[in-house]
Design a protein around this ligand. Structure first.
Ligand SMILES: Cc1cc2nc3c(=O)[nH]c(=O)nc-3n(C[C@H](O)[C@H](O)[C@H](O)COP(=O)(O)OP(=O)(O)OC[C@H]3O[C@@H](n4cnc5c(N)ncnc54)[C@H](O)[C@@H]3O)c2cc1C
Length: 326
């Protein structure tokens, strides 16, 4: 029996599970390897995911896994992919237990590491009452006294509460126009230096300041930067995008979700999809379809000198047949 997988999906978050479902339904022999550290696993619920709104992430991932278990072509394995190389037939990935698995295609759905500001006490509140995305968690914190340390999004937060304070963590270099706009929107400005966050069991009750004072607070919006969590893409030689305000190093992909390495695809946060579970599901879905197309139309082996488009996806119109040819 051929021991080469059609595709190995690395990561079983929303993107990886969604991709594996499409691959399994397309009868592609698919191995999913997952280290079980989905970025939102500590959050109370998933906000804004149609059909699963406010569902606990752990339940959502379990449901995805249960759906995959009904497809005999998909195998899900717990573990870490610690290394990989490309060869003429495709890829060989090395797992933490020392085993190796070969595949014609690899789909990276490895997610990103969300880095937040180093505020004392932030870790125990992260994903509960301290959040980076008001669309995900604003509803649960509506009408409370909210604070924000991200000046670019202070006005946005007024969608969820009339009691919003911009914390500048020291004297702010805001222009008079900026101060006026914030004032008009009812956003207070607090220029005290932040000492930390206080509140029991992940429930923020106050922001404390270095002068010993504090401000009651029922929710805090912070900025984050997203960084590759896995070194695998770099090891395989993939190219990354230039650092931006949100993504420090997203994988560069083309319109077919192909990376710069022929046969290597990427989906979800790792590929710079706008970070949300819905977008990760969508990205996994379309990326898997591209992988299936590339598997069914490209020669089995990967020419090491081939360009991305040689082995990725042929023009879709050609594949489906143009209207005039039907
Ligand atoms: C605290 C928090 C709360 C959030 N809340 C919401 C919300 O309410 N609503 C919403 O829509 N979005 C929310 N998001 C954003 C959302 O969670 C992400 O956009 C989405 O989960 C990305 O999915 P993904 O599959 O790309 O990555 P992830 O879900 O991060 O999954 C990646 C998986 O790959 C695995 N992995 C990585 N490297 C390897 C490797 N080398 N070998 C094996 N496995 C590996 C990881 O362990 C992980 O299981 C939140 C994010 C955070 C951080």
């Amino acid at each position: 029996m051929d021991t080469t997988w059609d595709c190995i999906v690395v990561g079983a978050g929303a993107a990886g599970l969604s991709a594996a479902l499409v691959l399994g339904r397309a009868r592609r022999r698919t191995l999913v390897v997952d280290a079980g550290e989905q970025s939102n696993r500590h959050a109370d619920g998933i906000g804004g995911l149609l059909g699963n709104d406010r569902r606990a992430p752990i339940d959502f991932y379990a449901a995805g896994r249960a759906e995959l278990a009904t497809y005999p072509t998909v195998e899900l394995r717990e573990g870490d992919v610690v290394g990989g190389r490309r060869d003429a037939d495709g890829f060989v990935l090395e797992l933490a237990d020392g085993s190796e698995e070969a595949a014609q295609r690899v789909l990276l759905a490895t997610g990103m590491d969300y880095r937040y500001p180093p505020l004392e006490g932030i870790e125990e509140h992260w994903g509960h009452s301290v959040f980076h995305c008001p669309f995900c968690h604003g509803w649960e914190h509506r009408d409370r006294p909210l604070a924000v340390v991200d000046r670019g999004r202070a006005l946005l937060l007024t969608a969820w509460s009339d009691d919003v304070t911009l914390l500048t963590d020291g004297p702010a270099d805001l222009t008079s126009e900026e101060r006026e706009r914030l004032d008009e929107a009812g956003v207070a400005i607090d220029e005290r230096s932040i000492a930390g966050l206080r509140g029991p069991d992940g429930t923020l009750t106050a922001v404390t300041f270095t002068d010993g004072s504090e401000r009651p607070c029922g929710g805090l919006l912070v900025p984050v930067t997203l960084h590759q969590r896995s070194p695998l893409a770099a090891q395989l030689g993939a190219v990354f995008t230039e650092p931006g305000p949100l993504f420090a190093d997203a994988l560069a992909v083309d319109a077919t979700s192909a990376t710069s390495v022929p046969g290597l695809f990427a989906a979800g946060d790792a590929a710079g999809a706008m970070p949300s579970v819905a977008n990760a599901v969508a990205s996994g879905n379309t990326t898997a379809a591209m992988v299936v197309m590339s598997l069914t139309t490209a020669p089995r082996g990967l020419d090491p000198d081939a360009t991305v488009m040689d082995v990725a996806v042929p023009p879709i119109r050609e594949e489906l047949g143009s209207p005039s040819s039907s």
